[in-house]
Design a protein around this ligand. Structure first.
Ligand code: ZN
Length: 473
């Protein structure tokens, strides 16, 4: 039998069950580290398919690993299932909250997780029937949006014996991702001063808010002396209570991003000095809470070439008149020029500009500029060769992290893109497990990419997953 036939047929047979699972997770819309129902439903599905489940790994209740088979090679599929706060939306093309104020799958992670679940189960089915040796795993990775899950799963050593990893992301384009992402630190600085009546005896007060402001001034001057591609952003999470009270406590939350991990470390060390300086200037004391750090993503070009090959083989989805009408309606909600600007930046072929939903396969590029954003897939890519791609699960021109993404992720456009992704991943996984030359190629490229800076967890000693930072209800 032609390789992959059984796996693809299994996904077709199980399509409705996979769609139902994805729709349930879309309904749950649980935010990072709280995705207990989403994780449990996925684990139950894989258990029923014969996988062994290890739950609550790496100190996170909603993280799990599902494993089937034994011995080498070990192929990992990465899944996510966290939603975004506030991005609730019905699966319709005009803005309409599904549950007022609730989270929603505005990044399509309901599709992401279930697509990878489908790939793992389909690959297992074919390996079992064909007597193919090796191990297939699904990594249930919580809290991608806050860059937590995979960083702590890597730190816990869960990827140590993995030979290659494959993941995907819901997108508006069918394309392998040969671009890197930014490494990042997420850190909260708290200043402690002394309260006093702001008019009556301010000279007795020491303002923690002054320290926050001076720290921000310092950070803004720092910008000129760091590499252009770095990004620093902050929000003040506590600025005191009312003007007539000298604030005894204040807090500012920073992200530091740069193309490479050591650049983040250098800028971050400088930022610590700025915090120290702000405390000295204001007579306050300070502490720092390191929430999480992550690495840049190292694209595995050999694995991405396989993903592209199988995307071509499976072919792009064809869209029904209803789906195209949905897209036409949704286009009315986009800012003028938004779709064109996005497609231009992605350097897509000319024919894509006139499409409503992508129905072609975009050829991979070697010279893609890095994404400015960050992902914890980065950390996995530093410990094992990792391929990543997107399929069209939404309308061309939709903004990221938006109600439009939530809408498409809960209806047929998202479902079809998810099933396509599952097939592509299963086929690429089967190729890696049966073709040692491909696996060696991926390993060789990865060894070259990582030789100068071996991975060291970005998380300082003693820092645990930020379960204490969960939003209160
Ligand atoms: Zn995402």
């Amino acid at each position: 039998m032609e390789q992959g036939k059984r796996a693809v047929a299994w996904i077709d047979e199980k399509a409705q069950a996979l769609i139902d699972l994805s729709d349930r997770i879309w309904e749950y819309a649980e935010v990072g580290l709280q995705e207990m129902k989403s994780a449990t439903d996925q684990a139950d599905f894989l258990r029923a398919e014969g996988f062994e489940i290890e739950s609550g790994v790496a100190g996170m209740p909603s993280a799990f690993v599902a494993s089937w088979g034994s011995g080498k090679p070990v192929i990992a599929f990465l899944g996510e299932y966290d939603a975004l706060p506030g991005i609730t939306q019905k699966p319709i093309p005009v803005k309409a909250p599904h549950r007022t104020g609730a989270p929603g799958h505005g990044c399509g992670h309901n599709l992401l997780g279930v697509g990878a679940v489908g790939a793992a189960a389909a690959m297992k089915r074919e390996m079992e029937e064909q007597g193919i040796p090796g191990t297939v795993r699904y990594y249930g990775c919580p809290a991608e949006e806050t860059l937590v899950g995979k960083v702590f799963m890597v730190k816990a050593g869960l990827f140590e014996d993995v030979d290659a990893a494959i993941t995907w992301h819901p997108s508006s384009l069918n394309a392998a991702w040969n671009n890197s992402s930014n490494a990042m630190n997420s850190v909260k600085f708290t200043f402690h001063g002394r309260t006093a009546h702001a008019a009556g005896d301010p000279h007795h007060g020491r303002s923690a808010l002054d320290a926050v402001e001076l720290m921000n001034v310092g950070a803004n001057y720092l910008r000129e002396h760091i590499i252009e591609k770095a990004r620093i952003h902050y929000v003040i999470t506590d600025g005191g209570g009312e003007p007539n009270v000298v604030p005894a406590h204040a807090q500012v939350w920073y992200y530091v991003r740069a193309p490479e991990r050591h650049q983040v470390e250098e800028i971050y060390a400088w930022l610590l000095d700025i915090a120290r300086g702000a405390a000295l200037m204001t007579g306050t004391i300070w502490d720092v809470k390191f929430l999480v750090g992550c690495y840049n993503y190292l694209p595995s070009k050999p694995i991405n070439a396989l993903l592209h090959k199988y995307m071509e083989q499976i072919g792009p989805n064809r869209w029904t008149e209803d789906e195209l009408e949905f897209a036409r309606k949704m286009n009315e909600s986009f800012a003028p020029g938004q779709k064109e600007a996005g497609l231009k930046a992605a350097k897509v072929p000319a024919e894509v500009f006139t499409q409503l939903i992508n129905d072609t396969i975009i050829p991979p590029k070697d010279d893609e500029p890095p994404m400015a954003g960050s992902t914890d897939v980065g950390d996995v890519s530093w410990v094992t060769p990792t391929g990543q791609f997107g399929t069209a699960t939404g309308v061309l021109g939709q903004p990221g992290h938006s109600w439009q993404v939530t809408a498409c992720s809960g209806m047929s456009i998202g479902h079809k893109g998810m099933l396509q992704a599952a097939k592509v991943m299963a086929l690429a996984g089967l190729e890696l497990v049966t073709n040692p030359a491909e696996l060696a190629k991926a390993r060789e490229a990865w060894t070259e990419q990582t030789k100068d800076h071996p991975y060291k967890t970005p998380v300082p000693e003693g820092v645990e997953p930020p379960l204490d930072q969960l939003p209160k209800h």
